[in-house]
Design a protein around this ligand. Structure first.
Ligand code: DX5
Ligand code: ZN
Length: 215
């Protein structure tokens, strides 16, 4: 099943609530990028933002932790109302421990990998996660172009995880989303491709339609 997860990083902060209401009927999840200025060279949303968003919408909150020490923050993000919490295999904290903690808090767990990380590095975790996030850009910023190297990983990961959710994130637009779906991705994150367009509703509808046609 194709699911679209619009990334709020690209939304105008002064119109965030309005934007979320507009895309609500078409979004399957809402992607919240959390950056700490250490794991990635940028700073974005934090715990109060997730708490506000969880009050503002019933859409599944898909929280992508691009932070060096997720173990110290998972509980806070869970309590703030995250539904899915994804951590990076490249972060120094033990990923298996992070996943156990996320699950113990009754949340869904995801494991993310960068475009140049070998999918074998997450092989020991695939049974314990609900979702794998293959980054299609190097994390840290919205609006980047897709890194083609990541595409090779998608097929490998789909073979590893069976029917589980395979999310892709970074540089995804209506023009290229079908390639990722054809390789096995089913959860599409798009920031600039939705909130960076003139009409975010038309953009999410077009994205979903294009992906579903390829599925
Ligand atoms: C990048 C973030 C992405 C980002 C995607 O580090 O993880 O979720 O918001 O943005 P676009 O779709 O603009 O590449
Ligand atoms: Zn993200």
């Amino acid at each position: 099943m194709i699911k679209i997860s619009p990334s709020l990083l690209a939304a105008d902060a002064t119109k965030m609530g309005e934007e979320v209401k507009k895309i609500e009927p078409y979004a399957d999840m809402l992607h919240v990028d959390v950056m700490d200025g250490h794991f990635v060279p940028n700073i974005s949303f934090g715990i109060p933002f997730v708490a506000d968003m969880s009050k503002a919408t019933d859409i599944t909150l898909d929280v992508h932790l691009m932070i060096e020490h997720p173990l110290s923050y998972i509980e806070k993000f869970a309590k703030a109302g995250s539904d899915i919490i994804t951590v990076h295999i490249e972060a120094p904290d033990n990923a298996a421990e992070c996943i156990r903690l996320i699950k113990s808090l009754g949340k869904k767990a995801g494991i993310a990998l960068n475009p140049n990380t070998d999918p074998k590095d997450i092989a020991h975790l695939v049974d314990s996660v609900d979702m794998v996030l293959q980054m299609t850009v190097f994390p840290g910023f919205g609006g980047q172009s897709m890194v083609r190297q990541a595409l090779d990983n998608i097929k490998v990961i789909r073979d590893m995880i069976g029917e589980k959710d395979l999310q892709v994130d970074g540089g995804i637009y209506v023009e290229n989303c079908h390639e990722l779906v054809a390789l096995g991705a089913n959860v599409i994150v798009s920031g600039t491709g939705i909130f960076g367009q003139k009409d975010s509703v038309a953009a999410i509808k077009a994205l979903k339609q294009r992906c579903m046609a390829e599925a």
